[in-house]
Ligand binder design. Structure first.
Ligand code: GLU
Length: 508
């Protein structure tokens, strides 16, 4: 195994928005592949046509692009094992299902939906409230185990709709070593005879995932813990198909839990508690319902990825902030926790704030420009270069650049008068009238010269500069927030600063 090139895959079914747990699965796959110099494959598992949702595949690819987790092989990029969409590989699966039937590991089942329902009703009992199609019941059903061979042949020749089911062995233990969970074992009696090939000739997920992991030479399969109950079926298929020696190493990743730790975090929890659960905005094409994503909420992908990486993994130190490159260097699947990780939105925002502070102006500029553009304001790069460094300490989510900084481009129309008026005086008014006169001749328009002239004039007027700074701020900004007043004046420029002070003096 050690000389084999590492190949991992993310294998989503395109059924809707991409949950943050899904992105974390992508991330761990990606990190593992990069860490080991391997390949990261995106395979679209779209064999369940009834769950097909238009747009979901493009959406998944856009999410990966936004996160910077670009697969080496995918439906978009192609690759040596193309096609990477299971619906386009439909023809390749039947032969394996048929092979299993011939070997006695699987069988044809002709039961109609009504017959299946009837079985569930008939065999329902207190100890067994939801009877399954399994070793105990399969003899009561219409399949190639219960029916005589001639009848099976007749049914097949007549083109009777049928599925192929795995024949789960009775009273056996199936076990394997999971890279996260350690030794795991299952009793075969608890698993039903899963359908492998459907009546329409499409494989189910169970068959397709095994066949494709084999054909695509996947060495490690990482997926969410919710797939653990399917693992015994997959393990048996690897064995029955004679591929046991090529089977990938499994890692079932812990769930991301609701903030209170009770159960898996769902989209509904996000709606209820007011935070995103999907990576990007998702509009359900059937209902038109829009679900807000982390991107649109104002998260940087660097922060989103960092937050997800440490939701279930650490490098053994206290470090919390990691760039993608650092994660690639430090990630190890052995340090992924076994237990679920509680999602904490406040902590997620903390990561974003840290990343906004850490990022340089050039990195933030396109995002901040977009925030203003979304509000209908086109702002020059020149101005952005000046305001981003002044604002970033104060912004946790990207839209706050507008909330905290719109006054740079929009003159205040209202003022926080209750904050100024109680201490306002004729003397202060005179100070400002005189100060703006002197500003007209100020030689250099920078922080130091503005501050010096302000302090000098204040001393002449016998007012403490500290008492004048709040009114100045409110004149320039409208409210009691924002960076240092002289920093603001530098960006506004001479005419606009003077204009704002004059306009405010009319109102105060
Ligand atoms: N198609 C499965 C899903 O939708 C993939 C599970 C796996 O990785 O085996 O998540």
């Amino acid at each position: 195994m050690s000389s084999t090139k590492v190949r991992v895959r993310f294998a989503p079914s395109p059924t809707g928005g991409l949950h943050l747990g899904g992105v974390r699965t992508v991330l761990y796959n990606y990190l593992f592949a990069r860490h080991h110099g391997g390949d990261f494959v995106l395979r679209i598992e779209d064999t369940d046509q009834s769950r097909f949702v238009p747009g979901a595949e493009d959406y998944i690819m856009d999410c990966l692009k936004w996160c910077g987790l670009i697969p080496d092989e995918s439906p978009l990029r192609g690759g040596p094992f193309a096609p990477y969409r299971q619906s386009e590989r439909k023809e390749s699966y039947r032969q394996y299902a048929e092979q299993l039937v011939i070997q006695g590991y699987a069988y044809y089942a002709f039961d109609t939906t009504e017959e299946l329902e009837h079985m569930r009703e008939k065999f329902k009992s207190d100890p067994n409230p939801s009877p399954q199609y399994d070793a105990k019941l399969r003899n009561h059903m219409r399949n190639s185990i219960s029916l005589p061979a001639e009848e099976v042949k007749k049914l097949l020749d007549a083109g009777t709709p049928h599925v192929i089911r795995i024949r789960m062995p009775e009273n056996e233990e199936i076990h394997f070593d999971d890279m996260v969970r350690g030794h795991v074992s299952f009793a075969t009696n608890s698993v039903d005879d899963k359908v492998l090939l459907k009546a329409d000739g499409m494989p189910t997920y169970h068959l397709a995932v095994v066949v494709d992991d084999y054909l695509m030479k996947i060495t490690h399969a990482f997926r969410g813990e919710e797939w653990l109950p399917s693992a015994p079926v997959h393990l048996l298929l690897w064995k029955y198909l004679g591929w046991e020696n090529s089977m990938p190493q499994w890692a079932h990743l812990p769930l991301i839990l609701k903030p209170d730790g009770h159960g898996k975090l769902s989209k509904r929890d996000g709606d209820r508690l007011g935070f995103p659960v999907f990576a990007m905005n998702w509009t359900d094409p059937k209902t038109g319902e829009l679900t807000e994503g982390f991107r649109e909420k104002g998260f940087l992908p660097e922060a989103f990825i960092n937050m997800l990486a440490v939701l279930g993994w650490n490098d053994g130190s206290e470090q919390e902030l990691f760039s993608l490159d650092e994660l690639v260097e430090k990630f190890s699947i052995g340090r992924v926790h076994k237990g679920g990780a509680k999602f904490d939105y406040e902590k997620a925002k903390w990561f974003n704030h840290e990343w906004i502070k850490k990022s340089d102006t050039e990195r933030l500029l396109p995002d901040v420009k977009k925030v203003f553009r979304d509000k209908g304001i086109d702002i020059s790069n020149d101005t952005l270069e000046k305001i981003i460094p002044l604002l970033k300490e104060r912004c946790t989510l990207l839209p706050e650049f507008f909330e905290q900084g719109s006054f740079f481009v929009i003159r205040p129309e209202t003022y926080d008068l209750p904050a100024v008026q109680p201490k306002w005086s004729e003397q202060k008014k005179t100070f400002f009238i005189q100060w703006i006169e002197s500003l007209k001749d100020l030689q250099e328009w920078n922080f130091a010269s503005l501050e010096t002239s302000f302090k000098e004039k204040a001393a002449n007027s016998e007012i403490k500069p500290g008492e004048l700074l709040l009114p100045l701020r409110i004149m320039l900004v409208g409210g009691k927030f924002g960076p240092a007043a002289f920093d603001i004046a530098v960006v506004l420029g001479r005419d606009e600063t003077i204009g704002r002070i004059k306009a405010a003096l009319e109102v105060f």
